[in-house]
Design a protein around this ligand. Structure first.
Ligand code: SF4
Ligand code: SF4
Length: 164
């Protein structure tokens, strides 16, 4: 996995132009079966992916924390929401709550998430490859393929399948 993660940014860079063009086309004419195809490709990729050997998302980028996330996680720690925010979060340029630093403070050295049951919605949904109307989050996906080897493989598989 280390070698895959080391090479991933370069692979993402090499495919960026092609992917961007591909997503532009997909947005204009999304195939009717895209949702079903993405669900299938997502499930197949995560069948063979062991996120505990990776955790690159938790190590290199953080989730956004919605108000509901803050409420739920602060409650889990029996902390006041404001105290939780001051301790772990900052506001980013889009006015969203994000982690003060990465790797995520809740990531253990064994790659387990210490707040797994109450983790942010964005963590539960990452890398969003089984999202309905996948073509609408192309900018996010173009970034995620440089972070997440599973997302990279899913996008490559999607291009191949839609070509057939
Ligand atoms: S979701 Fe992607 S980046 Fe995160 S741990 Fe799994 S394979 Fe790695
Ligand atoms: S909250 Fe958990 S799943 Fe989310 S980034 Fe942190 S360690 Fe990873």
């Amino acid at each position: 996995m280390d070698e895959i993660l080391k090479q991933l940014p370069q692979h993402a860079k090499d495919t960026h132009k092609e992917n961007k063009k591909y997503f532009d086309g997909l947005k204009k004419r999304p195939p009717k079966h895209l949702d079903a195809l993405m669900q299938e490709l997502h499930d197949a990729e995560f069948e063979r992916t062991d996120c505990l050997k990776c955790a690159n998302c938790c190590k290199t980028t953080g989730p956004l924390f919605t108000d509901k996330d803050v409420e739920r996680i602060a409650k889990h720690f029996r902390m006041k929401e404001q105290k939780f925010i001051e301790t772990y979060l900052r506001i980013d340029e889009d006015n969203d709550y994000v982690l003060q630093s990465v790797p995520c403070s809740f990531l253990g050295s064994d790659n387990y998430c210490s707040i797994y049951e109450v983790r942010p919605k964005a963590c539960r949904e990452f890398p969003h490859t089984d999202r309905k109307k996948f073509q609408q989050i192309s900018n996010l996906t173009l970034k995620n393929v440089a972070i997440c080897p599973a997302a990279f493989n899913i996008v490559e598989a999607m291009k191949k399948r839609l070509k057939d």
